[in-house]
Design a protein around this ligand. Structure first.
Ligand SMILES: [Zn+2]
Length: 294
C-alpha cells in the first residue's frame, strides 16, 4: 500500500480533515538513518506531522520543522512540501529506551522537556513565516496541536502514531489533522469531540490494513464527508553532488587547501538522507581555482 495523504471536508463542510498513511516513508527514514526504535518513533511522528502541515501549503512552498528538547535524540529536523515530499533526521538515531508505564514507546522521554517546536515556512507569494512554541507534552501530537492553536490561530487536533515491529522495522505510521472551520456549529464541535475521545490509536487502524479513506470514515460522521484531494507521500531528499559542491565553494582558501593537500579528497554526508558524496582532489582543486581565479 503506497503512502497517501487525503484531504476532505466533513460535517456539512464545517470541518477540514487530513489523513495520512506514511508507513513506507517512515520505514525509509529508519533504514537510511539506521535508527533504533525510540528514535524511529520520534522521527516518524515528526515526519507525519510535517506531511500534514505541508498539506496546507501551495505550489513550490516548503516548510521546515525543528524540535529542540533535552532528551537523548537531540535536535529533530524535518522538511515537507505540498507535493508530498518529506525528509528528516534526529541528531542521535541510536536511541532505544524502555517502554513507558503504558507499555508504549517513550517518545516523551526521548524528546525531553523543556524544549521548543519551531516551524519555518518559505512561501512563494508571501514573506517567510516562523512560529515557535514551547513543548507542552513531548509526545509530539499534542505539541503540534498546541503549535497550530498558538502560532497559526487554527484550532486543530493532530494525531501522529508510529508502530515499530519487534525487528525494529516500521509496522505502521500515520496520522490525522482535523480543523474546525470558523462557522462550525456547536453540534458539530460536540460530535467531533465525542468521536475523538473514543478513537483508537491511528497506527492500530493502519496496521489492520485500513486505507486512508477508511481512516477518514472512522474520524468523521459516516457518509458526511467530501474528498477534495489525494496524493502520494514519499521520503525524498533533494540533495545532490552539485548542491554540496556549492557548500564546499564557501570554505576558506586554507580549508580547501587542507582538504586537497592532507585529505586528498572529501566526503560529505547529507544530514537529511545519510547519502554520501565524494569529491576527488582534482574536483576540489577545480572548486578552489574557480573561486580564487587561479
Ligand atoms: Zn540528502
Amino acid at each position: 500500500m503506497a503512502d497517501t495523504l487525503l484531504k476532505a471536508l466533513a460535517y456539512d463542510n464545517e470541518v477540514r480533515v487530513y489523513v495520512v498513511n506514511a508507513t513506507n516513508s517512515v520505514e525509509e527514514a529508519r533504514t537510511r538513518h539506521q535508527s533504533w526504535h525510540t528514535a524511529t518513533a520520534v522521527l516518524g511522528r515528526t515526519l507525519i506531522a510535517t506531511s500534514l502541515l505541508a498539506g496546507n501549503l501551495k505550489g513550490n512552498d516548503t516548510l521546515s520543522v525543528e524540535i529542540k528538547g533535552t532528551g537523548p535524540v537531540g535536535t529533530i529536523r524535518a522538511d515537507g512540501a505540498p507535493n508530498g515530499d518529506i525528509r528528516g533526521f534526529v541528531s542521535n538515531p541510536k536511541v532505544a529506551l524502555e517502554l513507558n508505564e503504558a507499555g508504549k514507546i517513550d517518545v516523551k522521554k526521548a524528546v525531553g522537556l523543556p524544549g521548543t517546536l519551531t516551524v519555518s515556512k518559505h512561501m512563494q507569494d508571501s514573506e517567510p513565516f516562523r512560529g515557535q512554541v514551547e513543548l507542552i507534552s513531548g509526545e509530539l501530537g499534542e505539541d503540534f496541536t498546541y503549535y497550530m492553536a498558538v502560532s497559526e490561530q487554527t484550532p486543530s487536533a493532530i494525531g501522529v502514531s508510529v508502530l515499530v515491529d519487534t525487528d525494529d522495522s516500521v509496522k505502521a505510521a500515520g496520522g490525522f489533522m482535523i480543523q474546525v472551520l470558523p462557522d462550525a456549529s456547536e453540534d458539530t464541535i460536540h460530535a467531533l469531540e465525542t468521536k475523538l475521545s473514543d478513537l483508537g490509536r491511528v497506527s492500530d487502524l493502519i496496521e489492520q490494513g485500513i486505507m486512508v479513506e477508511e481512516l477518514l470514515a472512522t474520524l468523521v460522521e459516516k457518509d458526511n464527508y467530501n474528498i477534495l484531494d489525494e496524493y502520494p507521500i514519499q521520503f525524498h531528499c533533494h540533495c545532490s553532488h552539485e548542491h554540496f559542491e556549492e557548500q564546499l565553494a564557501r570554505l576558506s582558501l586554507e580549508d580547501l587547501q587542507l582538504l586537497i593537500e592532507e585529505d586528498h579528497g572529501a566526503e560529505i554526508i547529507c544530514h537529511y538522507c545519510n547519502s554520501a558524496f565524494q569529491y576527488t582532489e582534482s574536483q576540489l582543486q577545480n572548486i578552489l581555482d574557480h573561486k580564487y581565479h587561479r
